[in-house]
Design a protein around this ligand. Structure first.
Ligand SMILES: CCCCCCCC/C=C\CCCCCCCC(=O)N[C@@H](CO)[C@H](O)/C=C/CCCCCCCCCCCCC
Ligand SMILES: [Ca+2]
Ligand SMILES: [Zn+2]
Length: 263
């Protein structure tokens, strides 16, 4: 019986051929494309430094965990081990849990939750139970995790209805486009692998890594924007674009102004 650390002991195998480019890396492009998370994590910390100075914990935690997602995902695609699969899925679950615990707006808390401290407990208990349940059928976990994006889309929709800042709407649109491309790549790799192998292009899962990291690059500043509006009444969030604020495309970030709020 293979150990949970053995190469190819995972329940899933992605479309890219194994050990085609290296004898130690099972899926070469799926492994190296996780570099996107090593760029995403410091980029979020650097660009949103004003927010980080005021509200350090959420951004340090979420960026740190996104970095771990990159490390575990690399380990998973390098080995295709059962342990790699679990670490990949559980790191995503815990990153989502921590992001929700810190940033989920109070106005959407269930009625029985009276404070963020209570919401932390609720998130913690739910995540511990989900962690235990994730051992039942690990191959199913990825589908459940992907469904959380629909809740994020719903939340974004609710917030955009109350906001008339054009830059926030533009950032949300860019996030949705990246996510649609990302999830299409993930599904294509899983469901239509025979077709991609027939045309000798089985690389859609590596596109997923890059595109989901890009959608998070748009998602996180937007979530921070709403957090400043709700939780930091002495500041007004201003959405800027890096490297040039006047360009229509760029990486969004949040700057803080001491003034009354708009959304
Ligand atoms: C108020 C809430 C704020 C939420 C902020 C968002 C925090 C995001 C946290 C984690 C997402 C990391 C996803 C990266 C996955 C990379 C690893 C990977 O590819 N794993 C695959 C196997 O290699 C595995 O099959 C994938 C599983 C599915 C993961 C689904 C994650 C959902 C992420 C939602 C992202 C939202 C972006 C915008 C949505 C409109
Ligand atoms: Ca493979
Ligand atoms: Zn992956």
């Amino acid at each position: 019986m293979p150990s949970i650390f053995s190469y190819q002991s995972a329940e899933v195998d992605w479309c890219e051929g194994n050990f085609e480019r290296s004898t130690i890396i099972a899926e070469y492009y799926n492994t190296i494309s996780n570099v996107s998370f090593f760029v995403l994590s410091p980029a979020l910390l650097y660009l949103n430094r004003q927010y980080r100075q005021q509200h350090a914990l959420p951004l340090y935690f979420v960026s740190g965990l996104l970095f771990c997602v990159g490390i575990f995902s690399m380990y998973f695609h390098m080995t295709l081990s059962y342990m790699g699969q679990l670490l990949d899925e559980l790191s995503i679950l815990w990153t989502l849990a921590v992001a929700y615990a810190f940033w989920y707006p109070r106005v959407y808390f269930p009625r029985c939750i009276k404070s963020r401290k209570h919401f932390f407990w609720l998130s913690g208990v739910t995540t511990v139970i989900s962690t235990l349940m994730s051992f039942i059928k690990p191959a199913f976990n990825a589908y459940v995790l992907n469904c959380i994006a629909f809740h994020l889309l719903y939340l974004t929709w609710c917030e955009l209805k109350k906001c008339n800042d054009k830059r926030v709407h533009w950032t949300a649109a860019a996030m949705v486009v990246c996510w649609v491309l990302a999830i299409s790549s993930w599904i294509s790799d899983k469901w239509f692998c025979g077709l991609w192998q027939a045309i000798n292009f089985p690389y859609f899962h590596s596109f997923w890594h890059v595109l989901i990291a890009m959608s998070l690059l748009y998602c996180c500043p937007m979530v921070i924007y709403f957090d400043v509006n709700y939780e930091m009444p002495s500041f007004k969030p201003k959405l800027g674009y890096w490297p040039n604020d006047s360009w229509p495309v760029g990486v969004p970030y949040i700057a803080l102004e001491e003034s009354h709020k708009q959304c």
